[in-house]
Design a binder for this molecule. Structure first.
Ligand code: ADP
Length: 319
């Protein structure tokens, strides 16, 4: 293999730049040429492809977002779209590809692998919803952003007697809410993996209030439903003044934490290593602090792990 490509696709995540940098530097270290494919699969179809040098990825390790930009591309879900992408790769002489993204992006990567393009996936998403890795790139940064926001809300919560509902991201996964709730001592954590009884939550809030509790913080994962609706129900049922904050896209931005930069560097480098030894069609990950890899198909077929023990702990510590 002489020439590889790298792209970022789907939702962006802090640390994607550190992963791009690792791919480019590791490839050049091994005398490969690297091409950046801009705007994900859309750019692949359009041939928005440029050669990257060592300096192209200088000064980006600490920046959020992705210097290669990202896009959602419906056309790539079709065989014709995939064929256009493959034609572009052939035109540029690109023999292997690193795809940094979430599970949607990996479905595209699987299609390319099946059609003979050696492709390796690097999990980059704040949702931490990819099977085969304990953590995805961006999760730690997003978690710290959530914690920072909840700490600030807690400051004002102690000044007023109010109930605060905070909606966090995570798509269908509750990890961001669970970790943030545990780290922030939230009274209640609502996640899609656990079917919480609303009546039970209301009763608990009322009991807390009767006991003299001044305020309550409820973290809601977006996968459960709208924080605004949940806040309205709580206010109606408890008669306690309730405020809702939807943290939104603030969670996707910002300078990546040290943990995300290191993870991205390790995973990006491993992806290139796999291409070099001909182990394509894989997704890299971290398990018990070891860098691992699994066949893309297997990674997509499993359900992301959910830590039941951690959920139970959050319950026990928030009585
Ligand atoms: P993420 O990678 O963050 O999960 P998406 O689910 O939006 O984000 O997927 C990103 C892109 O991956 C899509 O816009 C599309 O181009 C490509 N993709 C998603 N699903 C498929 C599929 N089944 N086949 C081919 N490409 C896909």
């Amino acid at each position: 293999m002489k020439r590889i490509g790298v792209l970022t696709s789907g939702g962006d995540a802090p640390g994607m730049n550190a992963a791009i940098r690792a791919v480019v530097r590791k490839a050049i270290y091994h005398n490969l040429e690297v091409f950046g494919i801009y705007y994900g699969y859309q750019g692949l179809i359009n041939g928005d492809i440029k050669k990257l040098e060592l300096g192209s990825v200088g000064d980006i390790i600490h920046r959020g977002g992705t210097v290669l930009y990202t896009a959602r591309c419906e056309e790539f879900k079709t065989e014709e779209g995939q064929q256009k992408g493959i034609d572009q790769l052939k035109k540029f002489g690109i023999e292997g590809l690193v795809v940094i993204g979430g599970d949607g992006s990996f479905k595209g990567a699987k299609k390319l692998s099946e059609q003979g393009i050696p492709t390796v996936g690097v999990p980059g998403t704040i949702d931490n919803d990819i099977p085969g890795t304990d953590f995805t790139i961006g999760f730690d940064t997003a978690l710290n952003t959530v914690i920072d926001a909840v700490d600030k809300i807690r400051d004002t919560a102690t000044s007023h007697e109010r109930t605060y509902v905070i909606e966090v991201m995570g798509r269908d996964a509750g990890d961001l809410a669970l970790w943030a709730g545990l780290a922030d001592g939230a009274e209640t954590i609502m996640i899609p993996e656990v079917n919480e009884n609303m009546d039970e939550i209301i009763k608990r809030l009322k009991r807390g209030h009767e006991r003299g509790k001044k305020h309550s913080i409820i973290i809601v994962a977006e996968g459960v439903g709208s924080g605004v609706d949940i806040g309205r129900t709580i206010q109606e049922e408890t008669k306690l003044e309730t405020r809702v904050t939807v943290l939104g896209h603030i969670q996707r931005g910002g300078s990546p934490t040290a943990r995300d930069r290191v993870l991205a560097s390790r995973l990006g480098a491993k992806a290139v290593e796999l291409l070099l030894v001909g182990e394509a069609g894989q997704v890299v990950g971290i398990e018990n602090n070891k860098i691992v890899y699994h066949a893309i198909g297997d990674a997509l077929a499993q359900k992301p792990a959910f830590d039941q023990d951690m959920y139970q702990l959050s319950k026990e510590l928030s009585i």
